[in-house]
Design a protein around this ligand. Structure first.
Ligand code: HEM
Length: 307
């Protein structure tokens, strides 16, 4: 049985970093995949760093066609809702997600990783994240209440055994910038109706409005996903790094369609107080998938005209 990248499920780390890369020369995509696949997560006695790596789905299926999930695609086109609210597509070629107990260890590992791929790729996006009041988003609400437990998370997040790409996962990485002043002007009961949950303890409202965030992303309707969201940013410019894993890309994409109002005409009320400024899908292969792509790299797999 293939093994998923362990960092997906490594809960409880306070410091995170996300690095998204663009390949410098399209013909060297395969070398970028093998170089990133060869990066190791360091384990020290003081505190390890979890490293999760993913690739633009089309790039991965070009490099490892036998181990690529069927029909998974990048965030290649933005979404536009009926009232003009949109979500941008900012797809890149590869992502590294590092998490650990403190930023200093992440800094060193991230720096080494950037150095390792310097000849092949540039850093297109870099975001640092940190836990806020244990498990709260910067809206003040508990984020993750309805996440599957770690026992069920694998079923939600991982492509089942026997399918191409087995034990890999589809990651949606989307950065949301909060309109904090507007949000803070709202009375708490209105914030609660927007979220569909109580602010203090996260309990779901008995009657959640149809435009509430939890109604717009209801997993009973769209299917289960596993979220590892984190707050990011500074005091004056901040928001949520949405980090969602799924066994099936459609669950994520239909949630996004629902949030912009493309499914029922009702737009998620939360999107009036926070807006996406990035959006990309990555395929996160199993560790065996990564190993195979490293071995492939010992033969010249770069394509003369790969895109
Ligand atoms: C600024 C962006 C976002 C913030 C602040 C946010 C915050 C929250 C909060 C506070 C909850 C309620 C507690 C919980 O169950 O975790 C929640 C639920 C949820 N969110 Fe988000 N979220 C954001 C974006 C998204 C996006 C982009 C998606 C999907 C692509 C999503 C999917 C979900 C799901 C599936 C649930 C659980 C729904 C259910 O009850 O089944 N969220 N979110």
């Amino acid at each position: 049985m293939n093994t998923p990248q362990a960092g997906i499920f490594a809960l409880g780390t306070a410091s995170h970093a996300y690095l998204e890369f663009d390949v410098l020369d399209q013909r060297r995509g395969a070398t970028l995949v093998s170089t990133i696949s060869a990066l190791r997560e360091p384990r020290t006695t003081i505190g390890g760093v979890n490293l999760v790596v993913g690739f633009r789905p089309e790039l991965w299926s070009q490099v490892a066609p036998d181990h690529a999930p069927v029909g998974v695609h990048g965030f290649n086109t933005g979404l536009l809702g009926p009232d003009g609210f949109g979500m941008p597509a900012t797809q890149h070629d590869a992502v590294l997600w590092l998490s650990g107990s403190a930023y200093d260890v992440l800094f060193d590992v991230a720096h080494e990783a950037i150095t390792a791929v310097r000849e092949l790729a540039s850093v297109a996006e870099e975001t640092s994240s940190w836990a806020y009041r244990h498990d709260r988003d910067l809206t003040g609400f508990i984020d993750g209440s309805e996440n599957p437990s770690l026992i069920d998370a694998a079923d939600a997040a991982l492509i089942p055994e026997g399918q191409p790409g087995e034990r890999g996962s589809v990651l949606l990485l989307q950065k949301w910038k909060h309109e904090t002043t507007a949000w803070e002007c709202l009375p708490i009961d209105q914030q609660e109706r927007i979220m569909g949950r109580r602010k203090l303890d996260g309990v779901e409202l008995d009657e959640k409005p149809s435009d509430s965030h939890v109604a717009s992303t209801d997993q009973d309707q769209f299917g289960k996903i596993f979220r590892r969201n984190m707050p990011y940013g500074t005091v004056t410019d901040h928001g949520t790094m949405f980090v969602g894993f799924s066994a099936d890309q459609r669950r994520l994409s239909t949630m996004l369609e629902s949030m912009v109002g493309l499914r029922t005409g009702v737009r998620d009320a939360l999107t009036r107080y926070t807006r996406p400024i990035s959006g990309a899908y990555y395929f996160v292969p199993s560790t065996e998938g990564l190993r195979r792509s490293r071995q492939n790299a010992s033969s010249p797999v770069d394509r003369p005209d790969s895109e």
